[in-house]
Design a protein around this ligand. Sequence first.
Ligand SMILES: C[S@@+](CC[C@H](N)C(=O)[O-])C[C@H]1O[C@@H](n2cnc3c(N)ncnc32)[C@H](O)[C@@H]1O
Length: 249
Amino acid sequence: MVNHSEVIAESAQRYIDEVAQAEKAGDEQFFFWFDNASTLEQYFDNGVRTLEGEILTEKVRNALGSTENASALEIGHGGGRILSAACGKFQHVNGIDVHRSNEPVKRRLSDAGIDNYILHSTDGTSIPAGISDLDFVYSYIVLMHIPSMETFRQYIAETFRVLRPGGVAQLFYGRYSRMSWKARLRWYLPGYREISKAKTNYTSLVITRRTAHKIAREAGFTVLDSGSSLRPDGKQKGIQNFMTLQVPK
Ligand SMILES: C[S@@+](CC[C@H](N)C(=O)[O-])C[C@H]1O[C@@H](n2cnc3c(N)ncnc32)[C@H](O)[C@@H]1O
């Protein structure tokens, strides 16, 4: 019998330890651990591109309306490249992550004059209890790294809980159809879909679009849109799917 809390605690600890190691190694090693880039400037520019090109899609913008007085939350803010861009669009942004190495992120944001955010630690399945009534929740290259479907269900339920009526979520998750034939065979082994111990930053969870939408609807969401992430060339499909969700008004 799988013990989900042990599995998520173990996965979270691996992220905590590896990110702490990267922090000790210096700023470049730290920031590039989350998303590789040639320079720190490029790392943060990529965050702007991801936010504007993939997260704030036309459907999301239409559903959200003006963002200047709106609040947002990122699940898995990593080194803060997308969060720092979001701080320029939203009135206030929360970031949650399992890692505990937020000092370099705060330093960079402070150097850039950004202060409209709070970074929180999570146990890997939940959003801190005090957070509620948000306009927008997003997550990019994170839900493909969580260890189980149960964790995915918990994050969807948490996202629903913290959004206001009419609030919007743009969630990226591991794309099933991107798997190799070997991985697809493993997918049909008993238990494989429920639990995975992939190394940090490797894909540990892929979900079919149909299953992801079903879980979102069961949590209470309306599915507004879906699609795939883009590879850096901006043309080919990437390794994630996304779903745009809305809490009924
Ligand atoms: C590849 S990084 C992406 C960071 C950021 N979203 C970006 O696009 O730059 C994956 C992040 O997910 C975080 N993470 C892993 N498991 C998590 C979990 N269960 N809950 C929240 N964050 C998690 C890791 O600590 C890491 O910061």
